[in-house]
Structures are given as C-alpha cells and as structure tokens.
Design a binder for this molecule. Structure first.
Ligand code: UDP
Ligand code: MG
Length: 319
C-alpha cells in the first residue's frame, strides 16, 4: 500500500483547457523545489472542453498527478470537497486553476505548516485582474457577512490555503450539503496563520464565476453562517406593527378630540400593505431556510464522480 504523501495539492477545474498544462507544469516544478513527497489531485468539475483529455494525459505521464472527473458541473465548493476526499496527503493545499494563486506561495505555506501551523490561509493583496464591480461587490459582501455572522472571513479571502490532515478529517465529517469552505475553515479553529500574497491576473481564459454562481455562493455563505435574516423578519414585522399601532392611536386621539375622521380607504390600504409586505418578507426568509432544511434532509451526494485516474483506491463514501 502506498504511504501518504507529505503534500496534496487539490485544484478544481471547470473548462480550463487554456491553463491546465501550464498549471500542472508550474505546480509540479514548485513542489519539486519544496521537496518531500507529493500528489496533485485535479478535479474536473464537469468540463466540456479539452480539460479532461489534457489532465488525463498529464496523469498518464506522472503517477503523482491524479484526476477526478465529476459527472457534471457541481460548482467549485463541491469540486473542492471531492478533491479533499480523494487527497491522502498529510497536508492538503487547495488553489485555483488559473494561476491567480501563484504556486510560488506554496513554499511559504509548507514552511509554516512544517513549523507547526495547522491552517495557513491566504489574504490577497491587490486584486489583480478583477474588475471594479467584482471587487466592490466582493468587499461589500464580506463586510455584510462579518456583521451578520460570528465568523471572520476577510475580504480577499479565497480557496487558497493549506490544511493539516487533522483539519481535513474534521471538515470531512461535516454533513451539510451546501459548503462554504471560507467560513467553515475559520469556524473549526486549530492553529491558524494568515499569509499575504499578491494575486496575479488570470493566466488565460475567462472567469468561471458568473454572477449567478457568485450569488449562489453568497447565499450559501449567509444562510449557513447566520440566523440573523430570520431575526430580521421578526424585526421588520415588529416595526410594521408599531407603525400601525401608532397610526391607530393617532386616529383614536383625533376621534376623541371630536375631529372628523374619514372612514378612509387609504388608511385601510396602508395597514393592509404594511402587514402584507411584512408577512411576505418573513415568509420569504423562512422559506429560504426551509429550502435549506429540505436539501439537507434529502442527503443527496455533494458530487458524483464519473471516473478517476491514478488513484490506488477511491475514498470511502462519506456522508
Ligand atoms: N471552478 C469550478 N467550478 C465552477 C466554477 C469555477 O471548479 O463551477 C473553478 C475554476 O476552474 C477555478 C476556480 O474554480 O479553478 C476559481 O474560478 P475562477 O478563477 O473562474 O473565479 P474567479 O477567480 O474569477 O473568482
Ligand atoms: Mg480566478
């Protein structure tokens, strides 16, 4: 039986035919410089271009390069989950395929891990290549998330980090279907250390994160780390209730003072609208969480593997 390598590098790829070869080459050469045993676990997240063929070839040429092909596009977080399940290393590094996460940084990560840290997470300096709108929305989002939840995910956080085997095992035991690693890793604790790096522009191809995908990641993050939206519904409801009460008092006072009070259509409508909108709002928020509960209860797998290449034996299916 093969012994566990010292380092596993996990990379999710979705239609990255333009960067795949360069990625494999540069990660390999960095790992050779670092020294020690390693494996490269590539996860093709339902790619429809030549990515799979290129990676398969890379895996054929070097037994340390392994490939997991998912049956369709499951999203980056699920692809990461697959990669971490397959990875056997005593430390597991996750990074993007587009070389926005420079392989150079791996050296410092591994040095810190060998020095005893169990989580080395990265903080991006600058935002190479990202447009202003993406920067703005991403900064805003992390600010809101920090406020609403008790986890401290810094702006510029990405899925570029090193985890010790102990942390990987711990995350592997989590049952939630919607994963948001940036939050989970922060949540689990252990000895963590931030590492600054300058992001480089995407090597080739376009961003695989459409706005739809970003929104869905934001939703995962908010709903899995905060109950505040649920409370917000209550707050909004109470506010509306207060408004209506104040209005009722106002009318009663006018009436008591002998003023003429029109049995008004407008006031009725106001009350109706206030109540209507609060109820809808609250139902919406509750609905979001119920939807989540439904998803979790179904316990469908987070990803499905179509084929894998280069592994001695696939990991045990985790729930
Ligand atoms: N990715 C993935 N599945 C997806 C979307 C993205 O595996 O559905 C991968 C992608 O190939 C890349 C990483 O996730 O390795 C980050 O994506 P990208 O660089 O496109 O995002 P950005 O840097 O623009 O936020
Ligand atoms: Mg990128």
């Amino acid at each position: 039986m093969e012994t566990a390598p010292e380092i596993s590098v996990v990379v999710p790829l979705y239609n990255e035919e333009k960067t795949a070869e360069e990625l494999v080459a540069s990660v390999k050469s960095t790992l050779e410089e670092i020294g020690g045993t390693w494996e490269l676990v590539l996860v093709s997240d339902g790619s429809t271009d030549r990515t799979d063929a290129l990676l398969q070839e890379a895996s054929r040429l070097d037994t340390r390069v392994k490939l997991v092909v998912l049956s369709r596009n499951f999203g980056q977080q699920a692809a990461l989950c697959a990669g971490m399940d397959y990875a056997r290393g005593r430390s597991v590094i996750t990074m993007d395929a587009d070389l926005q996460h420079p392989p150079e940084v791996l050296k410092e990560m591994v040095r810190l891990w060998r020095g005893g840290y169990e989580v080395v997470f990265t903080v991006r300096k600058g935002a190479a290549g990202a447009g202003w709108l993406k920067r703005l929305t991403s900064n805003l989002f992390y600010r809101v998330l920090r406020r609403l939840s008790r986890i401290d995910v810094r702006a510029g956080a990405a899925d570029f980090r090193l985890l010790d085997r102990a942390v990987v095992e711990c995350l592997g035991g989590f049952h939630e279907r919607h994963l948001f690693y940036r939050g989970l890793v922060n949540w689990v604790g252990f000895r963590q250390i931030p590492l600054e790096y300058a992001a480089t522009p995407r090597f080739a191809g376009k961003s695989k994160y459409t706005y739809k995908k970003m929104l869905s990641l934001a939703e995962d993050a908010l709903l899995s780390f905060s109950e505040l939206p649920l409370k917000l519904a209550i707050v909004a409801g109470s506010l509306a209730m207060l408004l209506v009460l104040a209005y009722a008092v106002h009318i009663t006072v006018l009436f008591a003072l002998g003023e003429h009070v029109e049995p008004g259509w407008t006031s009725l409508m106001c009350v109706l609208l206030i109540f209507g909108s609060t109820i809808l709002l609250s139902l919406g928020v509750i609905g979001l969480y119920i939807g989540r509960i439904y998803e979790e209860v179904k316990r469908r797998p987070r990803y499905i593997v179509r084929r894998d290449f280069g592994f001695e034996r696939p990991p045990e299916v985790r729930d």
